[in-house]
Design a binder for this molecule. Sequence first.
Ligand SMILES: Nc1nc2c(ncn2[C@@H]2O[C@H](COP(=O)(O)OP(=O)(O)OP(=O)(O)O)[C@@H](O)[C@H]2O)c(=O)[nH]1
Ligand SMILES: [Mg+2]
Length: 405
Amino acid sequence: MSLPNTRVEDEQESLDELAELARTAGATVVDRFVQNRTRLDGKTYVGSGMVERIKAAAAIHEANLLIFDDDLRPAQGREIEEATEIKVIDRTELILDIFARRARTKVARAQVELAQLEYELPRLRRLWDHLQRLGGGIGTRGPGETQLESDRRNVRVRIKILKKILKGVEIDRQEQRKQRARMARVALVGYTNAGKSTVMNALSGADVLTEDLLFATLDATTRKLDLPGGHEALLTDTVGLIKKLPHHLVVSFHATLEEIADSDLLLHVVDASRTHCERYMDLADAVLKDMGIEEKPTRLIFNKIDLIEDVGELERLRRMYPGALFTNAVEGEGLEEIRRAICALVESKEEVLSITVPYSEGRLMSTVYQMGEVLSTQDGEEATEMKVRVSKADADRLRKLGVVG
Ligand SMILES: Nc1nc2c(ncn2[C@@H]2O[C@H](COP(=O)(O)OP(=O)(O)OP(=O)(O)O)[C@@H](O)[C@H]2O)c(=O)[nH]1
Ligand SMILES: [Mg+2]
């Protein structure tokens, strides 16, 4: 839908992305339509003339699914379906469908089911009608199959149960985060398919699924990185960012969001082989901003440099972004530079101190062991001399306790 203030490029970009999403969900795109209007049609969103055009084109192509780039109101979807006699879904439903197909773990499945149920609740009648008439297909996976006979009340009960399950997971996650609080945190962020998980695997030896499809990664994964000089940091791989990401809907996005918000450094991975790659960098930035994340220390990583055909383009990027890193994550090229960047961060967060802990302060001794890494100890007459590596914050705490010196 093109309203007067929409830019043509934005719209094409958004539709290209929608086509990619459709491909990821297993659909083949046979036609696209853009409606220019000065205002939306309350009943059919795009207007009855456009609905007729779509119906005619669908008959020619034998299309059986109509995907809207914008979110439709439940009644609008129903109205268009009745007029065109084709199943209608919107971008959010398509994204949720992809998530439902790809969710492998119990937690991921619970997250998707919850998001689908919450989104479908007001659309329930339409969904049920259709499942009966049309059977399976895109947009009907997940709760639809198992809850065909359920009424709204059952759905609400199920939503409650799912929320409880996920709450438990969230508490575990917070607990883990607390335990890891002192370590430097780095998050890989960026547009979907940029190569975040490939970088993650190459750096940490993790085994995160990487694929040439959107949303290969559904949830944040964190691994400990062992760095030169005995340093350690936590590296988190996050869900790929796209335009109009329904981040309010999917719990895994909240986890991703929290991981990003908690990080000391963002590594923004950009697929440098895409034409106008900076556009995707800007899109990812816009989504982060939309999620409330701004002004985090960030290093740009231009990845997939092996696929850049135009040497001039690579030179241009190097000139334009002197602080950026350039990688081919598949071959491991440029990873050392990333490690060095993380090391520099860790060093800026840590301090090595010499402290004196009197024997009478048994509690303090165990606190010190919890704070960081004890590098050496030497027992004196009344106290233990220790060399410790701790975070800057803990170093300040120790100074206040008067044991540093
Ligand atoms: N040629 C080349 N391919 C790469 C490189 N890095 C990643 N890829 C490929 O790009 C595709 C996407 O990589 P992923 O690591 O899954 O990308 P991602 O950013 O994690 O994607 P999402 O999780 O979907 O957001 C995979 O097919 C990778 O093998 C690279 O440096 N060079
Ligand atoms: Mg990934």
